[in-house]
Design a protein around this ligand. Sequence first.
Ligand SMILES: C[S@@+](CC[C@H](N)C(=O)[O-])C[C@H]1O[C@@H](n2cnc3c(N)ncnc32)[C@H](O)[C@@H]1O
Length: 333
Amino acid sequence: MSEQPTPSQRVTGYIWPAIGIAQAIHVTAELNLPDVIGDTPKTAAELAQQTHCHAPTLFRLLRALTSIDIFAQDADGKFRNTPLSDTLRKDHPDSVHPWAAMLPAHFIWKPWAELSHAVKTGEVPFNRVFGTGVFDYFSAHPEDGEIFNSSMRVHGSFGAGIAAAYDFSRVEFVADLGGGHGGTLYEILAVYPKLRGMLFDLPSVVAGADILRNAPFAGRAAIVAGDFLQAAPEGPDVYLLCRVIHDWSDADATTILQNCRRAIPTHGTLLLAEVPLPPCAHPSQAFGDLLMLIFGGVERTESEYRALLHSCGFELTRVIPVDAHFILEARPI
Ligand SMILES: C[S@@+](CC[C@H](N)C(=O)[O-])C[C@H]1O[C@@H](n2cnc3c(N)ncnc32)[C@H](O)[C@@H]1O
């Protein structure tokens, strides 16, 4: 029987080697090493040549990852893919490459180092480091914005889950506010052939909405550039905000929801797709909240959503599970 780790070993385990693992996986994704290896094992020198890296240092990275089963090393010294490194390949059906490219990227890693300051002052780490809010930063730094927007497409069947869990058959026109590149709306429109849709996001983001522009049902999909902090578009009868409200403080979330309330018809429906925190949050949820803190957002409990919605003129009517998320359905009061 294996012995339980001591409290000191458990705490050490959270710190070490976790801090190095996240960055090592990030660099692996950035260099596309699992794709470069493909199905043919390669030496560190061969990989260094193909990726324009420093061979002895690349070897140390590969050796470290091999110790946690991301890559394996053959007797002849060549590194090959494993089931774990395969998930970092871009063409893997369940690829986590965009997630690995985004979460430990410099624009998140540097703000994490400001957590201490944030806990002491309440200041938003991202804004402290970059002098601007995260979405303004992405507009000004399109390469980083692309890394972020691509990561939103991970677990890309999110829209299909929403379409399966929520009945849009009586809806005429749905707007996906903050819908990114339109992947979620694409999957909803694909399931409901009479439904019209509108993707609404910042200009620099809707520019990347090729999935909707090239869809066979592109005629049913309007693509609108706008700013929901200024106004929500009028016309749709359902307003969907997926993983949007958790990005914002109560003050900004109130502005967005009040703008929706002004635009929505009295018979309309507001749908938020979020992960309301249960009383005892799982680590992935509780630390997801810390990630939101880095950006200036917050994960809320169901009762906090209910109160926020009520203060903006909506009544929370149903909470519907969708995979790891929930749809919070609300109607204008
Ligand atoms: C966390 S992402 C969620 C993307 C998508 N809904 C999803 O679930 O994959 C938040 C989205 O809100 C958009 N956004 C941020 N500020 C915005 C604004 N002021 N007006 C419209 N969209 C905005 C971002 O560009 C981004 O696409």
